[in-house]
Design a protein around this ligand. Structure first.
Ligand code: HEM
Ligand code: HEM
Length: 312
């Protein structure tokens, strides 16, 4: 039987990436307070789409579309996966996350962009993207007890190792992104105006949150890059299927592009294209790493196998 929920989860992932990119443009174009109210914009759901209102209200409309799309995916999952109840429960958690995220979006406007609320808005977006990616990959291809993993030619040991290394890389990219959000929202983007040094020093005077978070973001960039390249080095030696290898290579390429975009953001004094792409590439990288970790898990364990009954 053809099922629709896997496709709906995949569309959600792409939609979320587009929404994240738009959100980043909202900030970069200084449109965050272009709509002074929430949930309406100038008291209307259809304000005149010009200037900053264009970006801010478009972001809200696309966010509304995401809630509907993910709601549909969740409904389909409930109907189509009665034998895998965890899929519906995880989707339901995603719906909750989206609603909280929309309220945080509203709070950024009502309280006029408090640093922590804006940084939380970014972090929740990345958490939702990870959940949607996990669901898209977990429902891809044949599923159910005893079904083969979505990408064959994988040993359980390699699957387990892939999950561990990809999870470490994904966690470091996530933490690095949260720190990046802090840099952005505390206006620390130019507190180290030089690269690779910061204020002409290897370790700058860490006298305020702007310099401290910016410096930490650069140190953590090295750690996150090493984690992703470690995955690549492992894949060169391991016996992984060609498709998995391609995605790992894409992740390695993206992390290098991401570092270049970070440097470019500083050198161009936070020009809109590099800073907006810097958010998008961070999100795409996280999504690929979460997808790889999920593929590894499906190769290592049969997540739908009936649980052994424990005897008294
Ligand atoms: C109606 C609901 C929403 C409203 C009112 C809203 C509002 C905003 C505003 C005002 C900004 C700019 C924040 C700033 O400059 O500090 C923003 C940025 C952003 N939004 Fe939303 N948003 C909503 C829903 C969402 C959803 C559902 C997601 C993703 C799942 C999302 C992801 C983002 C991202 C990633 C940014 C960029 C944050 C950054 O650059 O650090 N938003 N949003
Ligand atoms: C793996 C490496 C990296 C990742 C995953 C990463 C991720 C991020 C993320 C997610 C943000 C927040 C964007 C937003 O709030 O919308 C950010 C901000 C920022 N990142 Fe990175 N980054 C990395 C490396 C770098 C490097 C190497 C530099 C510079 C040398 C850099 C410079 C910046 C700057 C200046 C900001 C603030 C932009 C602004 O104020 O608008 N990043 N980063």
């Amino acid at each position: 039987m053809t099922t629709l929920h896997p496709r709906a989860f995949k569309v959600t992932v792409v939609w979320t990436l587009g929404l994240l990119f738009l959100g980043s443009i909202v900030h970069a174009t200084e449109s965050s307070l272009a709509c002074p109210d929430w949930p309406t914009c100038f008291g209307s759901m259809m304000p005149e789409m010009s200037g900053g209102v264009f970006w801010e209200h478009l972001h809200r409309l696309v966010a509304g579309g995401l809630v509907m799309m993910f709601g549909l995916a969740t409904w389909l999952a409930k109907k189509e996966t009665p034998d895998r109840p965890w899929i519906f429960r995880a989707s339901l958690a995603g719906v909750g996350l989206l609603l909280v995220q929309s309220v945080f979006g509203g709070l950024t406007v009502i309280y006029q962009l408090p640093d922590l609320v804006s940084t939380t808005h970014l972090s929740l977006a990345f958490i939702f993207l990870s959940l949607a990616t996990m669901l898209a990959v977990a429902t891809h291809g044949s599923v159910g007890p005893g079904a083969p993993p979505p990408i064959g030619g994988f040993g359980a040991d390699d699957g387990r190792r892939l999950t561990i290394i990809a999870s470490i890389a994904a966690s470091s990219v996530f933490v690095q992104s949260v720190v990046g959000g802090l840099v952005r929202h505390t206006d620390g983007g130019l507190s180290c105006p030089d690269v690779p040094l910061c204020l002409g020093q290897v370790v700058p005077p860490l006298v305020n949150i702007q310099i401290t978070s910016h410096f930490l973001h650069r140190v953590m960039a090295v750690l996150a890059t090493v984690a992703v390249l470690w995955l690549y080095a492992w894949a060169m030696r391991a016996d992984v299927p060609v498709r998995v290898h391609r995605w790992i290579t894409a992740a390695a390429g993206l992390v290098l592009v991401q570092v270049a975009l970070g440097v470019l953001s500083v050198l161009t004094v936070l020009a809109i294209p590099p800073v907006s792409l810097h958010t998008l590439v961070a999100a795409a990288l996280l999504s690929i790493l979460v997808a790889l970790a999920t593929v590894g898990t499906r190769a290592a364990v049969d997540i739908d196998a009936p649980k052994p009954v424990s005897l008294p």
